[in-house]
Ligand binder design. Structure first.
Ligand code: HEM
Length: 147
């Protein structure tokens, strides 16, 4: 599947019940994939010089443990948004503080979804579409934290 820009998804649409089951089942498999976070960050950090510069000197071990929890937040952003919206906005505000431009988020999402191909043994195009949609909902919230 070709790389997608954030504009190609309606970010106001939450996942349907069926999509949510596909997403959560895939998430369960992915979380068990040992090298997932390593592979994702390797791909994302090397996706552009700008991204590589942003990550210089960052403690990746600490960041990886936080990201695993953040992936679960993506699911909650689609089911119980009232519980996690403020938290996602806060993460967005934190990223603004790190001078991270909004434009780099589609690269984050594309790197993550590309990594899933090798980590979810049951991966198929419908699951890919659902991941893009779920992440878009969370990114929208993070962007609301930018002012
Ligand atoms: C949906 C997209 C993203 C999510 C869910 C996400 C999530 C997170 C989380 C949870 C943290 C840890 C915050 C904390 O320590 O409390 C973090 C840190 C960080 N993020 Fe993101 N992030 C996203 C996109 C990006 C993008 C696009 C970039 C850069 C191009 C980026 C760069 C960083 C950096 C450099 C840190 C670590 C700062 C440090 O510890 O010194 N993130 N991110």
């Amino acid at each position: 599947m070709a790389e997608l820009t954030s504009d190609e998804y309606s970010e106001n649409d939450f996942l349907t019940t069926e999509e949510l089951s596909l997403f959560n089942e895939s998430l369960d498999r992915v979380i068990k994939c040992e090298s997932f976070l390593d592979r994702f960050y390797d791909r994302f950090i090397n996706s552009s010089e700008q991204t590589a510069r942003i990550f210089e000197g960052v403690n990746m071990q600490a960041l990886q443990s936080k990201l695993a929890k953040t992936l679960t937040l993506m699911s909650l952003a689609n089911t119980e948004p009232w519980r996690v919206d403020e938290h996602l906005k806060g993460i967005g505000q934190y990223h603004q503080g790190l001078s991270i431009p909004k434009i780099l988020y589609s690269s984050w999402r594309n790197s993550l979804v590309s990594t899933l191909h090798s980590c979810d043994p049951e991966f198929h195009p419908e699951i890919e579409r659902v991941w893009h949609k779920a992440i878009s909902v969370a990114i929208k919230k993070m962007h609301e934290g930018y002012n």
